[in-house]
Design a protein. Sequence first.
Length: 376
Amino acid sequence: MVAGLDALRLDRGAGPDGTSDALVDAGVPVVGHSAVAEGSPNLDVLRSLAVLTVMIDHLVPTLMSHGFAVPAWVAAFTAHIGQAGVLAFFVHTSLVLMYSLERMSRRHHGAGLVGRFYVRRAFRIYPLALACIALVLVLKIPAMTWRATPPVTGPVVAANVLLVQNLWTRQSVLGPLWSLPYEVQMYLVLPVLYVIARRSWGAGVLGAAFSAACVLGFVADRATHGHLNLAAYVPCFLCGVLCYAVRDRPWVKLSGRLWIPFLVSGLLIYCLVHLGQPEPVYWLGWIFCLALGLAINAFKDSTSRAVNAPAHAVATYSYGVYLLHVPVLYLLFDVMRLHSAPSAVAIYFALTLVLSVASFRAIEGPFMTVGRRLSD
């Protein structure tokens, strides 16, 4: 979800290569040079597909609730496709933030590194989220465009502003905001996971941590009757960290042309195994994330400009796309009440991208610059 955050592009240019000799615990054996290139086109493709699945997931029920005919099989098949996209975001986010920490560790270490990391993340995720919350409250935009929105109280607003609504009130004023608290809470432990991932024994420890997190997730499921909260997503974030930890292991490199077919196949399988399920099955999500995390290093980067250029553009503005697509749905289907489904769908994708570019230049970019200056 998402929630969704472009750390590779945020810090690009901090150093010429992927090495780091300013680690927290200098002298301990570490894994060396990063095998995955910074700004990897494959990661752009992953991020782009992830945000598109969320857009599709929310478009289909919006069309249905506004009287447009949608084939039953389409509705059933896409019912949880957005959840797969958010899980892919979680893997992507934890992976690229490992690289962000690697670059920052060339100049800072210890408490200084951790503090600067938190500053950059705060200035990356909060400004646009707060702007969207204000937009929703002022214009009275529903949390989702196909179902009623519960009353928005003071505590609900406060929880959303702090991005802790999974711990307090359990209500997001804008649907896509639901994933952001999990990302914020994982930020707290990512620096520690980075130190572990850099060690020669880090992959083993992280593999054991993933297994333990899955076991604890099953226990939490029984104890809470399915309300796992953060426990449902810890294994997903760990898959991205594990991907970073094994980046320099010997891999059979598959052609970059197979990357998109692999991702699409994974999404299709996720949707197929969820057919008829009223809610996403958390342990299937863990398998999906583990497969994705282990596969990232097994593919060569795409060299196709026809793929890389649009993927790079969508990935750059994906955070805005993720947060702004629901207000766009509200504008088109509730305010303007468009009657042509093809026109509405085309405008939906185009307008969401335009507004995302505008929000990046007006909000995200300037605040990212502030975060960098404060943390340098």
